[in-house]
Structure formats: structure tokens, C-alpha cells
Design a protein around this ligand. Structure first.
Ligand code: URP
Ligand code: ZN
Ligand code: ZN
Ligand code: ZN
Length: 467
């Protein structure tokens, strides 16, 4: 049992407040906060006191989009639940929501059971599941109701990847109608995959095989078109919509317009779209393959629109879409044919730091950092206030963050099970120092003290923006 702990003297930052406060932790939960130096704070007693002077005390990160051990393109994402959640802890993330997969011809239950089996007993931090719906039929629709009741309250559909995860407009509409009735949230991979497949075929026929052509065929206009279509289908169904990994300014414009019209549509972007660009996809000697993901990286000009969207709340969440494939042996499957490069990038360890750098660089405020990385994903996916904040009653998922530390991101020092970093050599101001998961210290002043199996499955309520 973790016992009673006090975190003294830090600046507690939540999505709504910044206050110099001492935090009392008991039985794995936040028991009380009191302004530092006051009699109330002095009255706190505990078995262990953690000095947070000069540090931020922030809620553990909630990464609402990861793919541990995901099968894709003839291989598997390289992080297991064990390695991926340990890396998440190193990076100050204490909850992930991973995507269980229904394969075509199988039930949602079979997919969910398989993901429970992969995760159970292996996680360093708490975890929950979304469900990827690949086969919409009467049984699947009925299962959606059951899953919502048991805490899997969001369903991802794909307008891309024909023949794998793809759903057509009719299947999407039917799933959305079901979600409208049961309180589920449809998460959409919005790219016109049918049109993209034509462009892929034409590009390859012209001999355009390098990784940079991945970015050229997956056009911003086809992300915007699919985003528009998804919004209108959700409107017809009367369902809320959450668009994942928004990368194109044109797609964001569709979300912004829909939100201005009062629709319940939400948007997520990822660090790779905020910090990287098609320049990376064009790196020579096949190095661009490291940056192949979908939606793809965009020209640099899109970044300003995404930052603005995060400030104006037209984008609400930054998740990682962590889906790592090693350069050696995995990304290399696509040498000579960019369409065979497994799609996905590592990042679960880097998100909190990169977003802190965005605070330092003036893109977002400190509280907005916590809002987009902790509080809003927790609310969006029905985990708040257990996760995503520091308040009495919340799980004691707490990060002591040193805002003045300097670090350089590198595959040499990261903990993700992948042989490269998408942010190699990038200097970051700020660093995770200590991490508590339900009161247990899992990172102690830059030493891993956690263990596989500490993290538990966490069922979710429905989206808390729709209550
Ligand atoms: O390239 C990506 N994003 N891979 C993971 C699967 C997905 O579409 O999110
Ligand atoms: Zn996707
Ligand atoms: Zn994803
Ligand atoms: Zn433990």
C-alpha cells in the first residue's frame, strides 16, 4: 500500500487553476490540498514527504490514442503494453486509452477480449479501451450497446484503409445512429481512402516510390472532404463526433465551421503534426519512412492553423497516436513502395514534454497544456475527475515536473521499444522528475520504480461533454 504522502511546495497546475499548494495523498487518492505555508498545510502528516519546491505539480497525462502491439501492414507495433506503458510513465503519462480491434468476420467481444489479454498484468500505468469497429452488421450494432454499458464508450471507424478497417458511408451512418442512441462517441479516421488508393496506384505506376509520396497522395483536400462527410453523417444521425489525428488546416476549417454551427464535433491533433512536417518525410536515404503515418505530416504552414485551433478550442485534445515501428526490419518493408511502409510513429513518452515546450515557446498557456493533455481527454472519454486533475477524491496520478531542466530527446535515452526517435536531437526545456500512479511512485527522481501489473483496467463513463 502506498500509504500517506505529502507533496510540498510545488506550483499545482490544473486546467483551471495555478496555486502554490501542498498535496496530501492517502490510499492512492488525493485527500486534500492546502496553500503552502498555511496552518492547514502544516497540519498534514504522512509517511513520506516529497519536496516539489521550484517544480510544477500536475495531473498525470491522459493519452487518449495509443496502439500497443497493433497488427498493421504485416507486422506489429513494436511497443507491448509492458514497454509502452513504462515509456508513457517516463514521459509523465499515467493513463492510456488504447484501441482494441474488431477484425472483419469477428465480433467486438472477440476483439476486446484479445486486447484485455494483451494488457492485463502487463501495464505500468492505468489503461482503458476504445473499440475499432471494422465490420458493421446487426450483431456489431447490438454489441456496441453492451460495450457502452461496460465502460468501452467510444468506437473508431475508418474512412481510409479499404479492405482492412474501412467502413463505407452506410456502415458509418448505422454505427453513428447506434451511438446516438446509446451515448457512445464515434471517433473518425477521416481520409477518403478510396480516392487515396487510386492516387497511390497512379503514383507507383509513375515510379514514385519514396516515402515523401505518402504525403503527396494522402492529400489535405481528401482529409477535409472526409471530415466534412463525417460531420454531415453525424449530423444526420444526431450523434456526436470526435475526429482523430487532424493534420490539415482544411480539415480543421471543417470542424471549426461545424462547431460554429453548434454541432457536437470535437477534434484531436498530435505532436507530430505540430512539430514535424513534409520536410521530414522528404529526408533522404529512406529516412522519411520514420515519419510515415496517416493522416500524413503536412507542409509546415499547417502548423500555425493547428496551434490556433488549440488556442481557440476548435481542437480540444492532443494525443500521440503512438504506433511505433522500428526503422530496421519494419519501416524497411516499404523500401521501393511507400504504400508498404507500416503507418505510425512513436511518441507516447514525448507528448507532455513537447507540449511543455509549446508553453515555453508561447503557443499555449500552462493551464491549456494541462487541459489538452490531461483534463479534456479525461472528460472526453469519461474518466474525469478520477483522472485528469488534482482535486480531493481524484486518483493520485501526479507528475512532479521540473520546468527549468533541459534535455535532448534521443533514441539513445528514450524508453520506447523502437530504434529511432521522431524528435532526435530536439532540445526541450522541462522534464518529468517524479511520477505517482494511484499514489505509488513509479518514477522517482528519474529512476523507474514501477512494475508491470501495477496499472489496472479502468472502465469509462460516456463522453462528459454531452451530459
Ligand atoms: O498511421 C497511423 N496513424 N497509424 C495508426 C493507425 C491509425 O490510423 O490511427
Ligand atoms: Zn487513424
Ligand atoms: Zn491511431
Ligand atoms: Zn504497484
Amino acid at each position: 500500500m502506498p500509504g500517506r504522502k505529502i507533496i510540498r511546495g510545488g506550483l499545482v497546475v490544473t486546467a483551471s487553476d495555478e496555486i502554490h499548494a501542498d498535496v496530501l495523498i492517502e490510499d492512492g487518492r488525493i485527500a486534500a490540498l492546502a496553500a503552502s505555508g498555511t496552518p492547514a498545510a502544516a497540519a498534514f502528516t504522512a509517511d513520506q514527504t516529497i519536496d516539489a519546491t521550484g517544480r510544477y505539480v500536475i495531473p498525470g497525462g491522459v493519452d487518449g490514442h495509443t496502439h500497443m502491439e497493433m497488427p498493421f501492414g504485416g507486422t506489429y507495433a513494436a511497443d507491448t503494453f509492458e514497454t509502452g506503458t513504462r515509456a508513457a510513465a517516463w514521459g509523465g503519462t499515467t493513463t492510456i486509452v488504447d484501441f482494441a480491434i474488431q477484425s472483419v468476420g469477428h465480433t467486438l467481444r472477440e476483439g476486446l477480449d484479445a486486447w484485455h489479454e494483451k494488457a492485463e498484468g502487463n501495464c505500468a500505468i492505468d489503461y482503458a479501451f476504445h473499440m475499432i469497429v471494422s465490420d458493421v452488421n446487426e450483431e456489431t450494432l447490438n454489441e456496441m450497446d453492451l460495450l457502452v454499458e461496460e465502460g468501452v464508450t467510444s468506437f473508431k471507424q475508418f474512412m481510409a484503409y479499404p479492405g482492412v478497417f474501412y467502413s463505407d458511408d452506410g456502415q458509418i451512418l448505422r454505427a453513428m445512429q447506434r451511438a446516438a442512441g446509446n451515448g457512445g462517441l464515434i471517433m473518425m479516421h477521416a481520409e477518403n481512402g478510396i480516392a487515396i488508393d487510386v492516387l497511390v496506384e497512379q503514383a507507383l505506376a509513375r515510379g514514385e516510390t519514396d516515402p515523401r509520396f505518402h504525403g503527396e497522395v494522402r492529400k489535405a483536400l481528401l482529409e477535409a472532404e472526409a471530415t466534412h462527410r463525417a460531420i454531415r453523417l453525424a449530423q444526420v444521425a444526431g450523434a456526436p463526433l470526435y475526429v482523430v489525428h487532424v493534420s490539415a488546416a482544411e480539415a480543421l476549417a471543417e470542424l471549426t465551421r461545424a462547431r460554429d454551427d453548434g454541432l457536437n464535433v470535437f477534434g484531436e491533433t498530435c505532436p507530430q503534426y505540430l512539430f514535424l512536417s513534409t520536410d521530414n518525410l522528404a529526408e533522404p536515404d529512406f529516412e522519411g519512412a520514420k515519419y510515415v503515418c496517416s493522416t500524413p505530416l503536412r507542409p509546415r504552414e499547417h502548423q500555425a492553423a493547428l496551434w490556433r485551433g488549440l488556442r481557440t478550442n476548435d481542437l480540444q485534445v492532443v494525443s500521440t497516436d503512438h504506433c511505433p515501428f522500428c526503422f530496421s526490419g519494419q519501416k524497411e518493408l516499404g523500401r521501393g513502395d511507400f504504400s508498404k511502409i507500416p503507418n505510425g510513429m512513436p511518441g507516447v513518452e514525448n507528448r507532455m514534454d513537447l507540449l511543455h515546450q509549446a508553453v515555453v515557446d508561447g503557443h499555449i498557456s500552462r493551464r491549456r497544456w494541462i487541459e489538452i493533455a490531461c483534463a479534456t481527454p479525461a472528460r472526453m472519454f469519461g474518466l474525469y475527475p478520477k483522472k485528469g486533475t488534482i482535486a480531493p477524491g481524484a486518483d493520485a496520478d501526479v507528475v512532479i515536473y521540473d520546468p527549468g531542466a533541459s534535455q535532448v530527446i534521443s533514441a539513445e535515452t528514450h524508453h520506447m521499444n523502437v530504434d529511432y526517435s521522431a524528435y532526435e536531437g530536439r532540445r526541450i526545456t522541462g522534464r518529468v522528475e517524479t511520477v505517482l500512479s494511484r499514489g505509488e511512485t513509479v518514477i522517482d527522481r528519474r529512476e523507474y520504480t514501477g512494475h508491470a501489473g501495477h496499472g489496472v483496467y479502468t472502465p469509462r463513463s460516456t463522453c462528459q461533454y454531452l451530459d
